[in-house]
Design a protein around this ligand. Structure first.
Ligand code: ASP
Length: 440
């Protein structure tokens, strides 16, 4: 069986839902993972924040605006009168629930319950729409099998056995529809896999059923070799290995949730990135095969903070790095890049919520410099560090002020840390010289 995931735009309008229907209705049994309709999760985040600030009236107005949008969609999507009644009733119930949340005292659990409504709505509506069109489909409620543990990682054992069970007790269907993003945590409360988490749901489900393939359908022809928002003329990459895709997703390629390939990498289940607006296009195939070497793609991640930790003697003083890392660990902050010299170590983090405490502890034995507004530009390709063209990178970047460089941490990745204000210029230069083959 294959697992197909469709993002918010793919279910964002009645016409797009029709497109999805023609893609999935090919006679093959499959599990379809859906996001919320585009714009819904952002609206729900907004509603939750209004409630948390005590702005009840504004929250109610936004709930009402969103409700009106759904009423319009239901009217257009469901023509069959008895089905329309069922769907309208479900939509009303979900919005009643949101209205009740306005009166509850706010907590993380309430926020997660609010965010979960988007996927509950899109899957219910889409399933009924398929049934109206004569497709044999059934819902698999994600909250019946998607589980995360105490450290918010998917609990793959529990997911596998619960999903087996749910599939056994669900009436036989050609298409099973489930919610992306949402899950229960180890306390049994509603939680989620973070923004964009439906991709992750798809590969978690793919691993649980040992799928023959996982397909992630978006509105672009696969992963591009540079960021199409900032660089013109980017091209889709036809093949990527799991390692290459993992590096790109983590370091900024927006098309995939950073964790997406992890669940399927071990079993080598291929992941195909496809375009709902252009189904025949090849897209990107992520698999265990390494096709060609050299620089394949560039991605950039913003919001990075660099910390330089200086101490009289560092490398000779054994135990120094351990002390540094323990401080980050104790403050639940992960480190992305790291470079060292005899007197200093520089490292980067993408979550600075505990930076104050970290600095305070580091300052007890070293001098600290902090640079904010940094970006990591990541170049990815199989054996990139050995490739004969990689030297060009340094010639191209002679005009860019590189704050840190990580070369050889993995054979597939070279990362540069630069000021965010230089990012677009750097991405464009790299594109021109590395992919458009301008002679240096
Ligand atoms: N609806 C969620 C979000 O917007 C999850 C997803 O779409 O992947 O982040």
């Amino acid at each position: 069986m294959r697992v197909l995931k469709f993002g918010g735009t793919s279910v964002g309008s009645v016409q797009n839902m029709n497109n999805v229907k023609s893609i999935i209705n090919d006679g093959d049994k499959k599990i379809v993972v859906l996001s919320a309709m585009s714009g819904t999760t952002n609206a729900l985040v907004n509603i939750a924040s209004k409630i948390s600030e005590g702005n009840k009236n504004e929250a109610s107005t936004e709930i009402n605006n969103l409700y009106n949008k759904y009423v319009d969609v239901v009217n257009e999507l469901i023509i069959d009168n008895s089905l329309k009644e069922v769907v309208s009733e479900y939509v009303s119930e979900r919005f009643e629930f949101l209205n009740e949340c306005v009166e509850k005292s706010f907590s993380q659990v309430v926020e997660n319950e609010i965010l979960a409504q988007g996927e509950l709505l899109s899957t219910f509506m889409f399933n009924k729409f398929l049934q109206q069109q004569g497709v044999n489909s059934q819902l698999l409620p994600a909250l019946d099998f998607m589980r995360i543990n105490e450290v918010k990682e998917p609990d793959s054992e529990a997911i596998k056995s619960l999903l087996d069970n749910v599939l056994t007790f669900t009436p036989e269907a050609d298409i099973y529809i489930t919610q992306g993003f949402i899950c229960l945590d180890s306390n049994g409360d509603v939680s989620n896999l973070q923004r964009g988490g439906s991709d992750y749901t798809a590969t978690i489900v793919g691993a649980a059923i040992n799928a023959e393939e996982v397909q992630i359908w978006t509105d672009i022809d696969g992963m591009h070799n540079n960021d199409p928002r900032f660089v013109e003329g980017t091209k889709p990459i036809s093949d990527l290995s799991f390692d290459e895709a993992a590096e790109l997703a983590y370091f900024g390629a927006k098309i995939l949730h950073p964790q997406t390939v992890l669940p399927v990498r071990k079993d080598g289940i291929p992941v195909r990135l496809k375009n709902t607006m252009n189904p025949p296009a090849h897209g990107t195939l992520i698999s265990k095969n390494h096709v060609e070497s050299g620089i394949k793609a560039i991605a950039a991640k913003d919001g990075i903070t660099a910390i330089k930790i200086k101490s009289g003697r560092m490398l000779q003083a054994y135990g120094f790095l351990r002390k540094v890392f323990e401080i980050f660990e104790a403050n639940k902050t992960s480190i992305d890049m790291i470079t060292t010299s005899e007197v200093a170590v520089s490292l980067t983090i993408d979550d600075d919520s505990n930076l104050g405490a970290i600095i305070e502890e580091l300052e007890t034995f070293s001098t600290i410099e902090v640079d904010r507004n940094q970006s990591i530009v990541c170049l990815v390709g199989h054996s990139i560090v050995d490739h004969k063209n990689t030297f060009k990178l340094f010639q191209i970047l002679k005009d860019v002020n590189i704050r840190m460089i990580s070369y050889g941490g993995s054979r597939n990745n070279i990362s540069l840390l630069i000021d965010t204000e230089k990012k677009v210029d750097t991405l464009q230069k790299l594109n021109e010289y590395l992919f458009e083959l301008v002679a240096i």
